[in-house]
Design a protein around this ligand. Sequence first.
Ligand code: COA
Length: 144
Amino acid sequence: MKLRKMTKRDLKAVVSLEQRISKYSLNEQEAAAYLYSASIMSMVVELDKEIVGFSFVSIKNDKYVIQRLGVDAEHRKKLIATLLMNHVKENATKSKDRQTIEYVVREKNLGGQLFLKRHGFIAIEVLKEYWGNEDGYKMVWRPK
Ligand SMILES: CC(C)(COP(=O)(O)OP(=O)(O)OC[C@H]1O[C@@H](n2cnc3c(N)ncnc32)[C@H](O)[C@@H]1OP(=O)(O)O)[C@@H](O)C(=O)NCCC(=O)NCCS
């Protein structure tokens, strides 16, 4: 299993993975905009030359904001998301200005909420109808 920076050659595989795991997936143009943005870290996890996980994380002035983080359903519970998350945590821990990691998780995404909880995130705010008629929970992590 290998964590590395995303390149433009990965875009099709990342978008195809997103479409398989999310009803609200990015299209190729949106994913390309993330990839080419200087203020977004774009990472993939490769297993046997296949892209099995990815993340897009915004670098804000005072925090990291996870925009997307997903793992192929066939490869879950192998700590692939943990590998992606630990990379963000390492950056936050080393940073002087950006120690907080934030993610707004959908109210109905219990799997995502459990994953974040296990990673030490706490819910700090309910964002009412953040996605149309679905609430979002703003969850944050800070180093101890
Ligand atoms: C949430 C998600 C990223 C986890 O990916 P993963 O590679 O399976 O996660 P890991 O293997 O690193 O999981 C670590 C722990 O998180 C928890 N966890 C992960 N997925 C879970 C799920 N679907 N339901 C309940 N708990 C889950 C478990 O406690 C797991 O530990 P365990 O294996 O000891 O039980 C993956 O299910 C996914 O892509 N979901 C759809 C996209 C999404 O929700 N993204 C938001 C991420 S914050």
